[in-house]
Design a protein around this ligand. Sequence first.
Ligand SMILES: Nc1ncnc2c1ncn2[C@@H]1O[C@H](COP(=O)(O)OP(=O)(O)OP(=O)(O)O)[C@@H](O)[C@H]1O
Ligand SMILES: [Mg+2]
Length: 1007
Amino acid sequence: MARGRRRRPRNNSEEDMFGDYDNFYGNDSLIAHVADIEHKYLQDKNIHVKAAGEIVLGNLQSGVHQKEQDNFSASQNVVVLKEGACQMCDSDPADGNQELAESILDDLPSSQLLCFEKMDGLPSASRTSPISKGRDEHVNSFSDKIIDPLSFYAGAEHKNRPTDSSSHSTCVLFKSESLKDHLKSAMTGNARAQTLQVSKTKQLKEAVLSEEIFVARKAIESSSLDIGPFYGLPSKVKDLFRQLRGIETLYEWQHDCLMLESLQQRKNLIYSLPTGGGKTLVAEIIILQELLCRQKDVLMILPYVAIVQEKVRGLSSFGIELGFLVEEYAGSKGRFPPIKRRVKKSLYIATIEKGHALVNSLIETERIDDLGLVVVDELHMLGAGSRGAVLEITLAKILYTSKKTQIVGMSATLNNVGDLQKFLQAEYYTNNFRPVELKEYIKIQDTIYAVDSKTQNGFTFSHLLNFKYSSNLEKADPDHIIALVTEVIPKYSCLIFCPTKKNCENVVSMVSKYLKKEFRAHKEKEKQDLIKNLKSIGNGTLCPVLKQTIPFGIAYHHSGLTNDERKSIEEAYSAGVLCLLACTATLAAGVNLPARRVILRAPYVGNDFLKKNQYKQMTGRAGRAGIDSAGDSILIVQEKDKHLVQDLVHSPLENCYSNLLLELTKGIQSLLLSLVGLKIAVTHEEVDNFMGCTLLGVQQQLLSKEKSFSEIIKDGLENLIEKGLLKGRISEKDHNSKSTLTITPLGKATYKGSIDLAYCNILYRELKKGLEGLVLESNLHLLYLSTPYDMTSTCSPDWIIYLRQFNQLSAAEQKVADIVGVPESFITKMASGQAIRKNVDNAVVNRFYLTFVLYTLLKETNIWSVSGKFNLSRGYVQNLLNSAASFASCLLHFCEELEEFWVYKALLIELTKQLTYCVKTELIPLMEVAGVLEARAKQLYNAGYKTLAHLANANPETLVRMIEHLSRRQAKQIISSAKMLLSEKAEALQEEVEELLKVPMDIPGTH
Ligand SMILES: Nc1ncnc2c1ncn2[C@@H]1O[C@H](COP(=O)(O)OP(=O)(O)OP(=O)(O)O)[C@@H](O)[C@H]1O
Ligand SMILES: [Mg+2]
């Protein structure tokens, strides 16, 4: 880490390794030292704690009216410093203070404007400053001044402001007072990164915005149906949707849904509409209402890391304009518990796993009520294996612990809504609206049928496919894919969903081979640019398939690509440079890439027959709102599968079932453990009560009759006691149902680290063994411990490569292999195909192979060369890296709970960082910005944008000019995300300073 310096954790549970990336935290010990001196000064002056708090408030309210009495003098307490700052805005008109005041107001968030108006004694009877309300009365006056440093330091960095003399005096004054303030001033100046000009219009706009927010809040408080200009929100929100999303008016259903009485009454809600129906917008408006009007934090749960990053980028501009924070919880990013903000509210955008960890941390710190709203996109994920189990656990915990938190879930593919409604105690809204009509077809041989579920057959004859194939072409393309795609491309776009990754590549290779030369001419330059871009992403290498297909405007898209490549391809497709993508089902899940035509290559996903949900998700991509008048989907079917397809057409969407039992260790056992750990339920009886409120509880009648629900819970608890994770007694029937269960340190570490219960004991043993002889000559040993267990089954070693890698290790590193249980003789024998007599744990051997991949990656920081070396797809290698980063952060939380493992803590913090970014250190600050991946970071760095502050202060036009393949929209998003991150970091530092300066209530002798 070149730039990041370590921030001292406030306590173990609040440890946040990613605070360490904070360029602006500066030297922690320095800040602490300054704070200490100031604190000491305060105490020397015998300031009475309580009185100080009162004075602060009093002064704020009376504001500048006290200026004559309150001349600054060294003997006065720091309250005066605050007033001093105010006075300087006011007391010397000759210094152009009017302008200073304006320039300050220019950059102020609306809440601060209100605060200033009060101080100026403006008539504001109907307004109250949200700040003064939310203020902690026991913060001493110095930190009170920090409450909104933006107001005092706005534009402190802007040298050309007409504020020289007054700001100079401010500086002189502050120099003697607070080095810390200077740090803050620099940071917040950067964070604001606003226009340099004084703008009255902007000031006015801010005032209007704050007025509207105030009115909206009042309207909601009085639960009146007479809501504000835009669904209770300021009209600025409407403008933003227009500017940033191109949305002029809401669809009728969106309006109806937002006007639902149940929503106004803050009841939980599930709503379901077909893909592309515009569900997100409704969720976003509800989120903004919660953040701005109800002043509560919001958690938004999305299924994948890439989608989380996309959302963070998309909503950062809203956050900056409307004054809330957007915080990313994905992969290894996220603070647990989140920092408690003083003024601004936070929108946490999280993956399912991080959302769960976040909720746990809020329950543990008794802050769950701060969460006003939880929004779950793709709610049908509840039925999706272990991730579904985690989502169910998260929602059940929220429902049980916070009656005030509203839950809103949405999906395109729900069937057994009744169960879900019962589980979430929610109302239901549904509508069949699709902005673009979808025509569904099935192709059997050269006949096209229209899907019609009303007929017995499931489909009716539509037309014959019109094409002329040579016998050669017929052989190469027996399914007539070329005929189907050339009906739409290159003018319109087309997606082909294929059952496997290999299939995607084959299809695009084949199509490109037989397409006419004219296809090359379409957007030729842009395609060359894309190739250049992909080459630079691959450090000079370009996938041969893409090299062949992109000139024709076609490409494949699946998990074998790196994130950078995938993103470039998606962007090129959205921009119309690519007109055909062959992809796997993953593209259907959440990525917003619609097409005029969607072709399903076969009714299979992998080896499994297509499910109705999957069919709906894929075909739903057809038709682009606002562009196409209609979209069509064509499912290619072989004669032999005809009857299965008929069933598919007639079948309803799949039901969503609880996965708590199917995923035993990640499901019910993990839930029971954390229930006790978080003290949500600590007796058998309480646990039973809780479990009745889960989706499993709702669906318990579906359980087999062998065991009752209650017996299953009892078995689960007993199992945890046997494993040494819980303590207590579970007895037959009622005897001990009220006796308390407690969690053991290992149990606590397991749930805090979100460790799969299947691995917690082995993990403990391996870490313990490591204590006896951790080899630290390189990071190999530590990497082995951080290699995710659940990935070992996804890869079988190539023994020749294994042996080659092994032989390159130093003697000390070879010892690591021996310690963890991978004997050299075993690898040698496997590589030479000899019989093995030794009893070796295959899981360990496989895991160590993955460790080799990670080890090489960290050394070479080049995914391409490493994937070549190990003969693995680059997407797989990247996925392994991301999983390892995530697991290392889990491991860290695990070790924090077990005193005996203290030594691992420092090592794991550093390792997690390396794994998270795995790039040259100088790129890390740029890659912290959501969605800036390695290739983009390199471009930015080379163009001179070297820090977060450079990005936050960048001009979008210049950025577009200097950076290749960057659209104006992307440039703006990057800048907004950087601004957001910077202001979030600055706020975090202010929180910390304030925490440090908070005068304890219980100082001996003060009462
Ligand atoms: N009122 C509107 N006017 C114009 N466009 C809209 C409107 N509402 C949403 N859209 C656009 O429609 C597209 C699809 O919307 P969205 O992603 O919310 O669909 P969805 O219902 O979430 O679908 P999926 O189930 O696929 O996730 C987006 O590009 C969005 O900007
Ligand atoms: Mg959606």
